[in-house]
Design a protein around this ligand. Structure first.
Ligand code: IVH
Length: 671
């Protein structure tokens, strides 16, 4: 590409401002008001257009341009930042008596003056400090040791709820907590599980780890959020009260939690805290307690601080959630990619209506952080994730002479030495023939969304592998009927079911096969992209890293993982069997199943017989693209009951509109 040095004209300048405003508006609609008007695809298109303009005319790139949120080039390391006002911590307690003691000290310090308490949530995330100058977010930093932190401006700019520009020209600094929604955390883990990657322990750790990323693009993909909870030097800015300064932050567009209230005395404050014990479970993010602060700024100043924490505030923590039980043992489980996950073996306990005797411990770091030891009394909770987890340890009940747990040196299943890569938290078994890994791979292969094999459950898989009938997923298709019938708990009918399920699975499209074989970093979506772009296993085997990275959405890591997988002897052998068994090794395009290849649909309104998701899946299975909003490139709009603005737009653009009947016909017969 030749770089002609041209300066921006009025039209480009205008378009830049227009795009930036439009993107900011959609950011607000999506992240703050939760009512997006355009699809992710269209949003990306706006951002790409702005990026391209700014790349061509760098003078148009404003420091508060929304493109800054996408994350720039990776950093070599973080600069350090000295906090002008140190970032202190909070005194904290689980005990109401200590809160009353705090109240007594406050009253004493204020010698009988009247005062009020501001009560707010304690967000369970990572503390940061933000500096605005001339109305622009200039710098963001971690707490570090309280006096010196890391400059993580580029990472913080990726937080979409954080305004890069505010209507306030005086310089000011604000402190807040970066966090992640539990749902975003669960999505992230589901995606990682799908791609054969390590899952994360909890939203807080993930947030901390994400903020330390040197590549802001990774951060941009994580949907971090922030709540501002304190203005630095509020008196300087003319505020009499903390509550007043919070209202001001809110009016500037900074994300401030609405769950805050002012009380005349400690009893009111405590009663409100009490009311949050249960209510907090309904929040979309984690809180670990509440913070009680003296509201008046002058009174705060009069009370002062110790070297560690202010005397005018206290964190009242919620009791550790869950049911107590005894941790009998810690075992190590091996997943399909060889990851060794420590699992807690518990004295059975009833949690939320069902008996729990196992819980995941994630990894060694997690065990060390919570200092969990065999013999401990621990709290067990069932998170949103169904898999129970340990939320805390009762240190007072720790038996004498207990020892820190050590990760076993060898795989408990195949006795191969476990390895731990540099910069990876996980230990792994590197023996691809490890029976535990084979079982894991077969489970993944047979799962819904992959090959969806009826009648092939975990217990049967364990037997098939244990008896040596199956060494890889290819062997499934060459099983002997009598061998299966001879297994425990297998009868004529269940054996027949399995064989039928296997036969049926041979018709699954190639992209499902590609997902099912369990290539690291290749989840359902990437498999679909690959199959569409490459077309067949033969073509994929001939591909190189370079040719794969030319495909949109396929990066270096994914490409390397694919090439590595395909060139292993075991993979060749396995694909050979799958091919001989008659599985689909070519993505059908154009003809046959991919009836709607290349067409773009928009779904709107309610269909009588299908959910929006089902309808979208059916379209995509046939090769169509489903967009979130109507544009000139839309080919059909499917309009159900109560279709509104999208229908009108389609009429205006003269795009064909299908009713439910027309839609069903199109699914069967094509355009
Ligand atoms: S005020 C001078 N308010 O808790 C201390 N902190 O244990 C100012 N935190 O480092 C802190 N929610 O990261 C304050 N509503 C809230 C908070 C909060 C969470 C965190 C913050 C702080 C830690 C102290």
């Amino acid at each position: 590409m030749t770089k002609a040095k041209k300066s921006a004209g009025a039209a480009e300048r205008r378009r830049c401002v227009e795009l930036a405003d439009e993107i900011r508006r959609h950011d607000r609609l999506y992240h703050v008001e939760a009512r997006p008007e355009i699809s992710d695809y269209e949003y990306d298109r706006l951002v790409k257009e702005l990026e391209a303009l700014e790349a061509a005319f760098p003078e148009l790139r404003a420091p508060d341009s929304p493109t800054q949120r996408i994350g720039g080039a990776p950093l070599d390391g973080f600069d350090t930042v000295t906090h002008a006002v140190p970032m202190r911590s909070l005194a904290n307690t689980y005990d109401e008596g200590e809160v009353r003691e705090f109240d007594r000290r406050v009253r004493e310090g204020l010698t009988g003056e009247s005062f009020r308490y501001h009560v707010e949530l304690k967000f369970d995330g990572v503390a940061v400090s933000l500096r605005y100058r001339d109305g622009v977010l200039e710098r963001g930093a971690t707490r570090g040791d309280g006096s010196v932190g890391d400059d993580i401006t580029a990472n913080l700019k990726t937080i979409r709820t954080l305004p890069l520009r505010v209507r306030e020209n005086r310089p000011f600094e604000v402190r807040g907590e970066v966090y992640m929604l539990r749902s975003d955390f669960d999505d992230l883990n589901a995606r990682r599980r799908d791609e054969g990657l390590e899952t994360y322990a909890n939203p807080r750790n993930t947030t901390a780890g994400t903020l330390k990323q040197l590549d802001p693009k990774v951060v941009a993909g994580r949907r971090l959020r922030l709540f501002a909870y304190q203005v630095v030097d509020p008196g300087e800015l003319g505020f009499d009260t903390h509550s007043g300064s919070m209202n001001w932050l809110e009016s500037l567009g900074l994300p401030v939690s609405g769950d805050r209230e002012v009380f005349d005395d400690v009893d009111g404050a405590l009663a409100w805290v009490e009311s949050w014990q249960e209510k907090r479970r309904g929040l979309a993010y984690d809180t670990d307690g509440m913070v009680i602060k003296v509201d008046s700024i002058i009174q705060q100043e009069r009370l002062g601080a110790t070297s560690k924490a202010p005397r005018w505030a206290i964190a009242y923590k919620f009791p550790a959630a869950g049911e107590p039980t005894r941790l009998e043992d810690i075992k190590v489980q091996i997943g399909r990619t060889g990851t060794a996950t420590p699992v807690a073996v518990l004295a059975p306990v009833v949690v939320a209506g069902s008996t729990v005797s196992r819980a995941t411990l994630h990894n060694l770091d997690e065990i060390r952080r919570k200092d969990i030891r065999v013999g401990d009394t621990v709290f067990v909770e069932k998170g949103g994730d169904v898999i129970p987890k340990i939320t805390g340890v009762v240190l007072e009940k720790r038996p004498k002479g207990s020892r820190r747990w050590r990760f076993p040196k060898r795989c408990p299943v195949c006795d191969t030495e476990l390895v731990r890569d540099e910069d990876e938290v996980a230990h792994r078994c590197v023996n691809v023939a490890c029976p535990a890994q084979i079982e894991g791979r077969i489970e993944h292969f047979a799962a819904r969304g992959a090959m969806d094999i009826e009648g092939l459950g975990t217990k049967l898989i364990a037997q098939l592998v244990g008896k040596g009938h199956v060494h890889d997923v290819g062997d499934l298709y060459f099983l002997d009927f009598e061998d299966v019938l001879a297994l425990e708990r297998m009868g004529e009918l269940s054996t027949k079911n399995l064989f039928e399920g296997l036969t049926e699975s041979k018709a699954r499209p190639f992209h499902r096969v590609l997902h099912a074989v369990g290539i690291r970093h290749v989840g359902a979506h990437v498999a679909r992209v690959l199959a569409n772009a490459v077309g067949s296993l033969d073509a994929l085997e001939a591909a190189t890293c370079e040719s794969l990275t030319e495909i949109h959405e396929i990066g270096q890591t994914v490409a390397a993982s694919i090439v590595d997988f395909l060139h292993r002897d075991e993979s060749r052998g396995m694909f050979d069997k799958l091919r001989r068994a008659g599985l689909q090794m070519v993505e059908e395009r154009g003809e046959g199943r991919r009836l709607l290849e290349g067409l773009t649909f928009v779904l709107t309104g309610t269909l009588a017989n299908r959910t929006r998701t089902q309808a979208g899946d059916l379209l995509r299975e046939r090769g169509a693209r489903v967009a979130g909003s109507v544009s000139k490139s839309t080919d059909y709009v499917v309009a159900g009951e109560a279709a509104g603005s999208k229908r009108r737009k389609a009429e205006k653009l003269e795009i064909p509109i299908l009713d439910e009947e027309g839609f069903e016909r199109l699914l069967r017969e094509g355009p």
